[in-house]
Design a protein around this ligand. Sequence first.
Ligand code: TA6
Length: 286
Amino acid sequence: MPIEQTDKEVILTLPSDPSTSVKVLLHGANILSWTVAGNEKLWLSEGAILNGSKAVRGGVPLVFPVFGKSSSGPTSTLPQHGFARLSTWEFLGQVSASPLTVQFGLGPENVPEVLRKAWDFDFTLIYTISLGADTLETAMRVENTSSVDWDFQILFHTYFHIPDIQQVEVKGLTGTNVKDKVSKSDYSESNTAVTVASEVDRVYENVDDDVLITSAGKARFQIYRKNLADVVVWNPWVNASKNMGDFRPEDGYKSMICVEAGSVSGWTTLSPGQTWECSEKVKSLL
Ligand code: TA6
């Protein structure tokens, strides 16, 4: 069955290779798993809470309408990373067989009341997920269905599974401006590859090149982005991992890296009736 649906999840399985699949939790429309020929490509915490009571720690959490915490404006009363990952999305069905593609939808009626009141605008999100032989494409269509302008940020908060964080390099970021949340500084990335040997929490702004993740010198993931100018790189390392109750095992930071495609360094304004689209396509190379 290419598409299986339960009351909590939707599972896509390639007819040509049943060991290539994607599992989506309706809570947050959070991709929990992406396998290619039986190999898991995403990292999901063993302590992830999947009962809808909080955001999922791992896979591909969705960030909308705000990245991080906003100190002012309509999103300032929302929790970190907004409400998209805290809401139960509607499964809208299959839209194509090849590539195997499904859609999920979110509107104010799906958002928990306290969050809807905190950001009280009308909107529609249509989230499209496509599974190829060695690719996963995620796309979002954002529509302002209200009578006033509103601003948003958006990001796919992807947790990639990698064998050993100390062998990872992230390429394609050279020369871009960095907002470094650990050193609390801004600078231009001078390294030809970003490596991780301590906590890393950086927003790379207006990244022109395609991003490549390598492991032990071998290309592992190629990331293609449309309308997602920014790339966030995050690894919590030892202490932050310990301090997150749902980040397990505590040394799980050794097996993951978040490389997140987003439009987060500024704000996008939508007028009534206006739509905006973005997409990220990840090709698994190993
Ligand atoms: O994307 C990086 C980041 O903003 C980090 O600052 C860290 O907070 C991470 O997201 C996880 O955030 P969460 O709200 O999921 O614990």
